[in-house]
Design a protein around this ligand. Sequence first.
Ligand code: AMP
Ligand code: GLY
Length: 414
Amino acid sequence: MSPEQPRVLVVGVGGREHAIADALSRSPRNPLLFCHPGNPGILELSLPLNPASDAPSDIVAASLRAGVQLVVVGPEAYLAAGLVDACRQAGIPAFGPTRDAARIETSKGWAKAVMQRAGAPTATYSRFTEPSALRLHLQEREGPVVVKADGIAAGKGVLVTADHAEAAAFADAYLASGSPVIVEEKLEGPEVSFFALVSGEVVLPLGCARDYKRAYYGDEGPNTGGMGAICPPDLPPNLIGKLTESIVRPVAREMARSGSPFTGVLYAGLMLTERGPYVLEFNARFGDPETQVLLPRLRTDLLDLVEAVAGGDLREQGIELADDYTCGVTIASAGYPMSGGAPQPVTLGEAPADTVLYHAGTRFTPEGALEASGGRVFTAVGRGATEKQARERAYALARQVSFEGAWYRSDIGA
Ligand code: AMP
Ligand code: GLY
């Protein structure tokens, strides 16, 4: 990249992309950031790219016009649409996997097969395309089952239930829309999200965070994209080394061996069972809201890291994380995760020290006022020397955000 002011595009609209843009903007190399589609928070740090459409070819064309030298892709939908492939074809290095390698997230069946070949522990499963075969399978099983849509579902396409009639009804909705379904054994234990940068067979662990997936207090209610996160979670000693060697490295090696080398960040959603860590799923991108609590603690220059991954010269160097704690609270609009909610004007009070507010579902009205557009609207992040301090600061910040119908879980990190 040009030594003067590297031009970097961040693709996505969420709190995750705001945290990525924030970390890139802290680079001593002083990058000129562009965003697409962006949000009002990201736009404080970057210029809008304004491609003719959201299609990869138009994003690439606009990137070439703007002199973009590196594209960092946040959400899985752009990976699945082949944005990284399109960037590479145009000679622009991109952080993220090709559409082919993104199948580690976008096809659970494909991911399970890779894990089996790599020897990475994961729940046993069966895959169905027909309601009758699925019902027959459920009749033969006892106890709780986990039903998953075999495709992108933003964390929402999963049902854990002991009620097999409910399992079948849930599966029917996906089967009817043409999406195959996976039924797998239920695992038990605390969950953790593990992130590692991967470039072919080179693996560089970034760290772990804990995501709060259920909508309501006490881990009740439906699964969501994530209602909050903490970093670092309380983990057994040496877990990161173990996860790297027993899970991520073998999977990266198997993907490279079988002709689908991964580049980007590999996110293992894990359950720490009595039998050891098991993979619930892989994602081919950073987590949301985990990124909002992980990246503020990253002391190594994120720009150097993503550039090395995209350019194929990642080294297994050490990375430095700050010696503190972060807590992120998702502030959602009324109706989330069931419905979007009507747009609402937002008022922001004074942010307390050691906090940062990441925007997600916000936008400007034509008059330039900030409004909540629905879904997950903000992540309020607090940092501190202890988990408690981080949590108190996150909630102090959350209380400074107001819009009609705003709500959040009160037990993140508690
Ligand atoms: P996934 O989209 O596969 O990460 O699943 C979303 C959530 O469903 C996970 O975070 C878990 O809480 C739950 N889940 C998924 N698979 C299993 C499993 N095999 N056993 C127990 N819970 C699961
Ligand atoms: N926090 C869950 C996800 O990003 O998929």
